[in-house]
Design a protein around this ligand. Sequence first.
Ligand code: NDP
Length: 445
Amino acid sequence: MSYTQEVLEVVRKRNANEPEFLQAVSEVFESIEPVIARQKKYRDAKILERIVEPERMVVFRVPWQDDQGNFQVNRGFRIQMNSAIGPYKGGLRFHPTVCASILKFLAFEQVFKNSLTTLPMGGGKGGSDFDPKGKSDNEVMRFCQSFMTELFRHVGPDTDVPAGDIGVGGREVGYLFGQYKRLANEFTGVLTGKGLNWGGSLIRPEATGYGCVYFAQEMLATRNDGIQGKVCTVSGSGNAAQYTAEKLIQLGAKVVTMSDSNGFIHDADGLDQEKLEWIKDLKNRRRGRIREYAEKFKATYHEGKRPWGIPCDCAFPCATQNEINGEDAKKLLQNGCILVSEAANMPSDPDAIHQFVAKKILYGPGKAANAGGVATSGLEMCQNSMRLPWTREEVDKRLHHIMVTIHKNAYNTAAEYGQPGNLVVGANIAGFVKVADAMLDQGLV
Ligand code: NDP
């Protein structure tokens, strides 16, 4: 049994009830096997055993009161996974499914993703099983204030800088930031994704989606192809999905689907900016359901289904983990899909990934393709430290450059390790080596 497999066995025993975390660790370990085999130093220093253990994990009670005056209690988390190359950085997720397994998988992925961005950021993730859906603004505010009342002692601009994720958008970041400021009595860049007139960066809301499309362009360029005219399926209708769709539309692609957790809409004519603005208003302000799109525009609605059976050239999963399984992957491939670029984290399950890699389609794994979000958070931190805002063009240029660099790094690393074009291997190895070497440099940490 190889060293990697030995460690994986221990991880499986120790974290038997954490399937998502085990899935993320297995994928990374499978990819980095050739590096571990070449480099004895990682084994001698027990780097794998260390890298799978969070440096710190905080779990806390979040009591709050609903509009009827009833007491409610949720569970809050912050996983501080790895600070070898910078302060912990990673989003907060508010969703009923949030638990240690989900957040540990996200934090683990975040470590390698942040390493790929070229910026000095460690990896972390947090959140709560609180469900913002159906809650009033006041309820969300009271919850966020209570959540931050505990979290504030564990975070800080040089310690740990959270951002948004599923269920945490501009509204939630605002309430969280306001409470941090009251408690810490300082105005610092402790959160990213802030509002534009109180320390936020231009392009941060757009960054995950735009970056994911820039990454897709880089993948297509390796085959002398481009995104213009491509039929694209997008899942989700939140932050990542909206700006993936927006950039695709700007670049002349045809976006034919969007979804939420109840189902998906299929608009065979394709979305335009006007229809997309309607979706943004539906989701960000009216907080409605995607089915309403099919009542307003000429489109079909498919309750309880995901969009992967709709024929497309390119697929952009932008909703959640494991939303593309082996069956979905088979359908995508049968229908001639040539590219999958992941704005969501770990949206393809292991069976789907193996099929994409085996068929040699252009496959951009989340930790590379969606790194534009956290990279632009890094740029927000930079602007906060300098107390200088950059223009929209400046941030977009930097985001674009970072996505090009991430692609090049993953592409070249895959080739160096004898698997040309396999960006799963390339991204995992490139992300891992930088963090592992920093850990070695810093001694027994
Ligand atoms: P949002 O909360 O803005 O939107 C999430 C979207 O996904 C909604 O349409 C939601 O539908 C749908 N969704 C959530 N859970 C499920 C589920 N279990 N099944 C089906 N659909 C679901 O979140 P984001 O857009 O920010 O995040 C989407 C993905 O992108 C996540 O994987 C996140 O980790 C990843 N990501 C986000 C970044 C960011 O900067 N925001 C950065 C990097 C990655 P509904 O409203 O019905 O719940």
